[in-house]
Design a protein around this ligand. Structure first.
Ligand code: NI
Length: 167
């Protein structure tokens, strides 16, 4: 495994539409493993392939709705599509590609995503709360969108203290 460089919002690659992941091979597994290491190193809750310079429909989301932090698991979502969503949550959101900035974004409170695993098998996963927010945020990356396009307003320096999670 290796750390990959996380690009920031000035990089054009973050504003492009990613292509479908077609091959479920060793190269994809390497990318997923590298992304996991990069995500954990950056203390984020999610990471999309374009953030490490790869224009493919591949994202990681950490399931944080667990009792014990040790039980947090990394969801690997390849060619993900949101098949249903419900409810609404409004809260602070950040992004590893927009360091130090947070904004208020409204997202669904429950999201079900259909995706492929690292071997190409299809599955569905339902996330709530932060996980639902993170799924939406990461999937937006695949279509070249950043949370800053959707936020009602950015947080001030004072408000940032003690809030926010980065994807
Ligand atoms: Ni992000």
């Amino acid at each position: 495994m290796a750390l990959r460089h996380i690009v920031t919002k000035e990089d054009n690659i973050l504003h492009k539409i990613c292509r479908e992941q077609v091959k479920f091979d060793e190269r994809l597994h390497q990318l997923l493993d590298d992304m996991a290491e990069t995500l954990e190193n950056a203390n984020g809750v999610g990471l999309a392939a374009p953030q490490v310079g790869i224009l493919r429909r591949v994202v990681l989301v950490i399931e944080t709705n667990v009792e014990d932090e040790e039980d947090e698991e990394i969801l690997e979502l390849i060619n993900p599509v949101i098949v249903s969503s419900e409810g609404e949550q409004t809260g602070a959101e950040g992004c590893l590609s927009v360091p130090g900035e947070y904004g208020i974004v409204t997202r669904p409170s429950v999201v079900t995503v259909r995706a492929q695993d690292r071997d190409g098998g299809w599955f569905e996963y339902t996330g709530t709360g932060l996980t639902a927010r993170c799924i939406c945020h990461e999937l937006d990356h695949l279509d070249g969108h950043l949370f800053t396009e959707k936020c009602e307003r950015m947080l001030s320096e004072d408000e940032i203290k003690g809030s926010g999670s980065e994807g």
